[in-house]
Ligand binder design. Structure first.
Ligand code: BES
Ligand code: MN
Ligand code: ZN
Length: 497
């Protein structure tokens, strides 16, 4: 989608439809002088037709010739915060999508209140519209035949002085949202098509286009590095594991390195500790952490962020083949830590262990891992918040505030010594499963054992990585969670450097 920015009078804006926001405390049409739009738009619109309530909308047609023949009023509720704008615009796209409009315009001024700058609104608008128009239609002919998303999105800024900032921010929003959609495409691919090898191929072509450095380790190289935990998980599958290393802007190393680690289990059957078949198909999403890392690196490269960012993706398939790791087996991770495999379904922490050990070689300022790690985080936080655990309060705080701005909320859980005690092993140094109590946190403690020597945060995205119903700007399927959060986090960081 092309993003165009102008500051024309609304009556001059040429588009198939012009979107205007309204709040409950506005009287009818207060947000824009009716004369300003021209076209004789429904002079009789009254409060009972459109009161600016959340979820309310009204599509109007011009009575006379006008630059835009349609105006869509969308309700923002009592105050137009970021959340209200996301909801209202996401709903608007769902109304418009069947029409196949080519050019959609949004009057930025009518959406923002005093709290948010025009530029931030511009970014938010583009993100929401691009995310909401996304459809995974690669294998569904009916979906593929539906009207395409608009070719152009016109942002109407209130004046010349805000137009430029809105243009820059709108461009940013487009990159962030398209990178999120790129992650969603990967998530939505089924396990038979997106294997570890295929994921490495995707990373390679991303690196080529985005001018990123890439290294892909095969199993012999992993053996050389003694990555026994990752290799142990891969043994049950006919598909060999890969370890992907992507690097953006090594030149900026002196200013500090951020390493992002993404769990890349392309399908999780549970292994010998086999999962029940109900909903097992959802385990194609078990590579959502990897998708988030790839999406973030795509955005970071396109935005040319002045930061050294490394992406690490341990990727494998968790299958119960005849060579599979058994409950009770002992694996040795690449730092020499011995691990008792209590449950082969706790495979995510095993592959991440070797990746966290690998992260040390970059002497990172911060390491952030993203993983669909536990079913228990869904019980604790539902689908509304990502679980956050960290060994560094400042890093956790920066992530939380980035999450609030980006629309990806985080909730921190305590990661204290007791939980590390819970995963002490009987036959080996540690065990990969400590039973149900506090299992979101004991999973994090397992990772924390390997996150030594650097500030580290763990994001358990099992509840937020995909949605089972169409909601706001997301259709059923992958949400690309993590991309907006991390780009916001990394951008904030680079500004302060
Ligand atoms: N990928 C799953 C976690 C998961 C389950 C995510 C359901 C989303 C929905 C992970 O590998 C797993 O199986 N975790 C186990 C850990 C347990 C065996 C200690 C779990 O959560 O049950
Ligand atoms: Mn599992
Ligand atoms: Zn898993």
């Amino acid at each position: 989608m092309k993003v165009i920015c102008t500051h024309q009078a609304l009556s001059k804006v040429k588009a198939d439809v012009l979107i205007l926001g309204g709040r409950e405390d506005d009287s009818v049409w207060p947000f824009v002088d009716r004369e300003e739009i021209g076209g004789g738009f429904a002079t009789s619109v009254a409060r009972k037709d459109f009161a600016g309530k959340t979820g309310q909308s009204l599509l109007l047609f011009a009575a006379t010739e006008a630059a835009t023949q349609r105006v869509l009023l969308i309700g923002l509720g009592e105050a137009s915060g970021r959340e209200a704008i996301r909801k209202a615009l996401g709903g608007a796209v769902n109304l418009l999508r069947t029409q196949g409009y080519r050019r959609v315009a949004v009057a930025l001024e009518t959406l923002s209140d005093d709290g948010i700058e025009t530029a931030a609104v511009a970014q938010l608008v583009v993100e929401t519209v691009v995310l909401a128009y996304y459809r995974f239609d690669a294998f569904n002919k009916e979906k593929a035949a539906a009207p395409a998303a608009p070719r152009e999105l016109v942002l109407v800024a209130p004046n010349a002085s805000t137009e430029n900032a809105a243009r820059v921010a709108g461009g940013r929003g487009r990159i962030v949202a398209e990178s999120t959609n790129f992650a969603r495409d990967l998530q939505n691919q089924p396990g038979n098509l997106l294997t570890p090898k295929k994921l490495a191929g995707v990373a390679r072509s991303l690196a080529k286009r985005g001018n990123l450095k890439i290294k892909v380790l095969g199993e012999p190289e992993m053996q050389g590095l003694k990555m026994g935990a990752l290799l142990g998980v891969a043994k049950g599958s006919a598909e060999p594991a890969r370890f992907i290393v992507l690097e953006h802007n090594r030149e900026a190393k002196s200013k500090g390195t951020t390493v992002l680690v993404g769990k890349g289990i392309t399908f999780d059957t549970g292994g010998i500790s086999l999962k029940p078949s109900d909903k097992m198909e959802e385990m194609k999403f078990d590579m959502s952490g990897a998708a988030a890392v790839l999406g973030t690196l795509k955005a970071v490269a396109e935005l040319q962020l002045p930061k050294h960012v490394v992406g690490l993706i341990p990727t494998a398939e968790n299958m119960p083949g005849s060579a599979a790791v058994r409950p009770g087996d002992i694996l040795t991770a690449s730092d020499g830590t011995t691990i008792e495999v209590g449950n082969t379904d706790a495979e995510g922490r095993l592959v991440l262990a070797d990746a966290l050990v690998y992260a040390r070689r970059f002497k990172p300022q911060a390491v952030i891992d993203l993983a669909t790690l536990t079913g228990a985080v869904v019980l604790a936080l539902g689908h509304h918040r990502t679980g956050l655990m960290a060994n560094a309060p400042d890093l956790a705080g920066a992530l939380k505030s980035a999450g609030d701005r980006a629309g990806e909320k985080l909730w921190q859980l305590p990661l204290t010594q007791e939980y590390y005690d819970d995963i002490k092993g009987d036959y080996a140094d540690i065990k990969n499963s400590a039973g149900r109590p506090g299992s979101v946190i004991t999973a994090a403690a397992f990772l924390g054992t390997f996150a030594r020597d650097f500030d580290w945060a763990h994001l358990d995205i099992a509840g937020t990585a995909w949605t089972n119903s169409n909601k706001d700007c997301f259709e059923k399927g992958g949400t690309g969670v993590g991309v907006r959060l991390l780009v916001e986090f990394l951008s904030g960081q680079s500004v302060s450097l």
